[in-house]
Design a protein around this ligand. Sequence first.
Ligand SMILES: NC(=O)C1=CN([C@@H]2O[C@H](COP(=O)(O)OP(=O)(O)OC[C@H]3O[C@@H](n4cnc5c(N)ncnc54)[C@H](O)[C@@H]3O)[C@@H](O)[C@H]2O)C=CC1
Ligand SMILES: O=C(O)/C=C/C=C(\O)C(=O)O
Length: 487
Amino acid sequence: MTEHTLTVAGVAVDTRHWIGGERVASATTFPDVSPVDGATLGGIARGTAAEAHAAVAAAKAAFPGWAATPRARRARILHAIADGVEKRLEDLAIVETCDNGALLRSHRRGVMPRVAHNFRFFADWLLTLGHDDFDTRGHINHVSWDPAGPCVLITPWNAPLMLATWKVAPALAAGDTVVLKPAEWSPLTASLLADIAAEAGLPAGVLNVVQGYGSEIGDALTSHPDVRRISFTGSVPTARRIAASAAANLTPLSLELGGKSPLLVFADADLDLAVDLAVEQYDNAGQVCLAATRILVEETAAEEFTRRFTEKASALRQGDPRDESTDIGPNIHERQLEKIDGFVRRAVAAGARVVLGGHRGDGHYYAPTLLTDVAQDSEIVQEEVFGPVLTLQTFSTEDEAVRLANDTRFGLAATLATGDAERAARVTERLVAGTVWVNCFFVRDLRAPFGGSRHSGVGREGGTWSFDFYCDLKNTVTAPKGFNGHG
Ligand SMILES: NC(=O)C1=CN([C@@H]2O[C@H](COP(=O)(O)OP(=O)(O)OC[C@H]3O[C@@H](n4cnc5c(N)ncnc54)[C@H](O)[C@@H]3O)[C@@H](O)[C@H]2O)C=CC1
Ligand SMILES: O=C(O)/C=C/C=C(\O)C(=O)O
C-alpha cells in the first residue's frame, strides 16, 4: 500500500496512471465520489497534457513489437487477461458498484463475466479473419487485417469496464496499442484492468491508462498526430468536440452515442410481456444508452398497460446497490441528478402529467418516473435524460407508431411488443435503429453489429465490424505462376 492506493470494500486500487508499464503520478488529484452514499473514495491522478502525451508515446513505442507478435500469441495473452478478470471477478464487481452505483448482483452475474467474454471473443474472432481468399481470372486476392497503430479509447461511466473492454479487447487483438481514458466519475476498474493485463503478460506500453477530466486531457489525446484510431462512447456534444479535434489529423473515429429509443406496444401484444419490457428500462437507474425511454402504446391498450405498468414499477425496490434485493440503485453524480430533475421539472411545467415518481429521493437516488401528456416536439421526448425517466404516448395506427418512433435525431435501438409476426417485420423495416428487439430486450451477442444511426453514432462495434475499425485492411493480388504480365 502506498499513498497512491485507495481501498474500496477491502480491495486496493492504484490511483495513478499506468504508462509504459509503470505507475505515474500527477501533481494533483481529483476526488472520486461513490454514488452509493456520497463518500469520497479517494483522490485520483488528475492527468495533464504531459501525461496524455507520455501515454501516446508509450503506445507508439510499444506498437512495432506488439503488431509483430503472432496472432496466436496475442490471442493467448487476451485469454490470460480474461482468466485474470474471472479470478478477480468479486473485486471488480464490488469496486465497480461502489464507484458507479450499478447493482452488485448485475456486476457479479452479468457484467463482469461479459468483460471476460469480451477478451475471449475478440481473441478468437481475430483468428477467423483473412482466410477467405478469392480468385480474379487466376489471380489470388488475399485480404490482410494489419494493425493500425496507437488507439485512444475514451469511455463513459454507466458501464465502465464493460464498455471499455468492448474497445480494448478488439484493439489489442488487432495488434494495436491502447491509451484508455476512463470517465472521471468511475475511474477505478480501468486501473485494476491495467494490473490484470500486466499480470497476464501484456508487454509494457501496449495498454496505457490515463486518468483525469476529459475537458483537461481529452484534446491532448484526440489531437495527437501519432494516434491512428479514436473510439468514443458518450454524449453527442463531447463527440462533436472529439471529431473536431481529430479532424486535423483525419484520425478515423468510432462513435457510440446516446439514444431516445422507442418501445412500441401494439394492442395484439402479450401485455404482461410488454409491461415487463417497459419496467426493464429502469435498469441501471436508466443510465443505459439503449434504454427504450419512449413508450408508445396503441390507444386501445393504453389504459390497461398503464395500470399494469404502474403496479409493477411501484413494486421495484430502490436502495443500496450492494444489496441483493435492490432493483434500482443510485444515479452516478449530483450533477447528473440535477440534470435529470431539471428535465422532469421542465416537462411538468410544459404540461406533462406525472403518473409515477417525478422527484428525487434521498442522496443520489431518483424515483422511477413515468410521464404522460407529453408533446412529440417537447424536450422530454426529444432529448436523452439518462436517468429513470420514461414517457408514455399513444398511437392509433401503425403508420403513426412508426412516425413517432422515428421522430427524434437519434437511431440507436427500438423494441416492439406485438403478437403479429408480419406486423413486426413490416414495422422493423421502417424503423431507423441500429438494433431492433422484437418481444425481447437487451439480448446481446458480440457477433452482431452494435451502434446507431443519425446522432446515435458513427460506425459499428462487434465481430468483424470492430476489426474493420481497428485494422488497416490491405488487399494483395498475386498473379498465377508463369503469368506474363498480360491479364
Ligand atoms: N453510453 C452513452 O451513451 C453515454 C451517454 N451519456 C450522455 O451524456 C450526458 C452527459 O454525461 P457526461 O459524463 O458529461 O458525458 P461525456 O460524453 O462528456 O463523457 C464521456 C467521456 O468523455 C470524456 N470527455 C469529456 N470531454 C472530453 C473531451 N473534450 N475530449 C475527450 N474526451 C472527453 C469524459 O472524460 C468521459 O470519459 C449524459 O447525461 C448522457 O445523456 C453519458 C455517458 C454515456
Ligand atoms: O451492454 C451492452 O451490450 C451495451 C451497453 C451499452 C450501453 O449501456 C451504453 O453505451 O450506454
